[in-house]
Design a protein around this ligand. Sequence first.
Ligand code: MG
Length: 158
Amino acid sequence: MQHVGFGFDIHRLVPGRRLVLCGCTFDSPVGLLGHSDADAPLHALMDALLGAAALGDIGHLFPDTDPAWEGADSMDLLREVARRVAAAGWRVANVDVTILAEAPKIAPRSAEMRARMAEGLGLPADCVSLKATTMEKLGPIGAREAIAAQAVALLEKD
Ligand code: MG
C-alpha cells in the first residue's frame, strides 16, 4: 500500500531572527518569524508526512499556544513526526521539498540540507530531494518578506 501526502508552509522574514532552513543556519540579516525556529521547509515536510499517514498536521501536534514548543528545533519535531509515522506502520519511500525564496542561495548548501533531512528521517540521502525557486520578485516572497516551502512524501506499508 502506498500513500502520498502534501505539505505547505510560509513564514514572515524579520530582522533579529536566525534564518534556519532544513536544520541549517544561514548567514542572513533576516530570519523567519515563528513560535519554533520557523523552519518552513521542515514544517512543510512534516505536514506532507503527517498528511500521507492521515495523522493530522503539525499545528495540531505541536500547537503554537503550547510553551513546550517555544523556540523548538524543528529537527527534533521532524524526528518525532518520523517516529509517529513509523509507529503507524509506515516506511518513508521518498520525500521532495521545494523552497520558494528570493534569498539566500540554496544550491551551495543543498547537500548539507538534504543530509540533515535524511538523518532526521533515517533515510538514505538519495530518497530526499531538495529544490529551490525564486518568485521572480513577485508578491511577498518576491519582495523578501517571506519564505515558503512545499513538500510531498510517499509512504509505504505491507
Ligand atoms: Mg510553520
